[in-house]
Write a protein that binds this ligand. Structure first.
Ligand SMILES: C[S@@+](CC[C@H](N)C(=O)[O-])C[C@H]1O[C@@H](n2cnc3c(N)ncnc32)[C@H](O)[C@@H]1O
Ligand SMILES: *[C@@H]1O[C@H](CO)[C@@H](O)[C@H](O)[C@H]1NC(C)=O
Length: 254
């Protein structure tokens, strides 16, 4: 996913060049053939992908924008005036969507102005209406401290996480790492998320998915799984959407 995002255009360009070169020189040999087939598949899929085309037309930084647009169209999690914390925000497509939906750049003078704070390990290019904290690690307590200082009123109404570790290809390991990223974000929700707030996070389906869902169900009134159409069918990617944050059910301190 990181690859698809950050090398969005670079890779397709490189592959176009590579396939042109191959056509000219008719390289063969079973090794290079196998790689060519895989690359060719990626390239044709990438070029045919309607979401890739639409991302270019609407000038989103990454096709992943459409996943958030879809979740938002279905569940209305963003509206003018809300404060959004976007975790794993690079290259910034979700932040672009959030800025428009919460009116963070004040484009609609008649609607309340929201706030978007994006955080990532990688540098994020500036975006009008968004504040970026990068490079920064969301699992680092110092980052959370900065997040609380930067958010108006010290809290977000919506926490988004499209974070993903660099995939190793070992499915269960990647799953475990992503789940632990999500849970560390949930750990800081009492300090960062406004009561009544929303939590949306990317997961890769696996053995610990149910455990995370249970934890969410204890702290939010509503929890559901969402698989946007823009999420590639062959990936195990599933988003968990939890709304109406009530902190841990039961006795609440302070
Ligand atoms: C799939 S990309 C996000 C794409 C983004 N939603 C967009 O629309 O442009 C996942 C991002 O998560 C970031 N990430 C992974 N672990 C992180 C962590 N511990 N703290 C901050 N960002 C992290 C990666 O650097 C990567 O940029
Ligand atoms: C993934 O790898 C890149 C390049 O090695 C690195 O800059 C980045 O921080 C890594 N991301 C994660 C989530 O570990």
């Amino acid at each position: 996913c990181l690859l698809v995002c950050s090398l969005f255009f670079l890779r397709s360009l490189k592959l176009v060049c590579a396939s042109l070169r191959r056509q000219r020189f008719h390289t063969s040999g079973s090794h290079s053939k196998g790689r060519t087939a895989a690359e060719h598949l990626w390239l044709t899929r990438h070029l045919r992908d309607p979401f890739v085309k639409a991302a270019k037309v609407e000038s989103y930084r990454c096709r992943s924008a459409f996943k958030l647009l879809e979740v938002n169209d279905r569940h209305q999690i963003l509206r003018p005036g809300l404060r959004v914390l976007d975790c794993g925000a690079a290259p910034g497509a979700w932040s672009q969507v959030a800025v428009r939906r919460v009116n963070a750049a004040g484009a609609d003078p008649s609607a309340p102005v929201g706030f978007v704070l994006g955080v990532d390990l990688l540098h994020i290019f500036p975006l009008e209406g968004a504040t970026f904290l990068s490079p920064a690690d969301v699992t680092d307590p110092r980052t959370i401290q900065r997040v609380r200082e930067l958010l108006p009123g010290g809290r977000a109404d919506v926490i988004l996480s499209d974070m993903a570790p660099n995939a190793t290809g070992i499915r269960s390991l990647d799953h475990d790492r992503l789940i632990s990223l999500c849970s560390s974000l949930l750990d800081v929700a009492p300090d960062v998320l406004h009561p009544g707030g929303t939590f949306l996070c990317k997961t890769w389906a696996g053995s610990q998915s149910l455990g995370l869902q249970k934890r969410l169900a204890e702290q939010f009134q509503n929890t559901r799984t969402v698989k946007p159409r823009a999420s590639r069918k062959e990936s195990s990617e599933v988003y968990l959407l939890a709304t109406q944050y009530q902190r841990a059910k039961g006795p609440v301190e302070d």
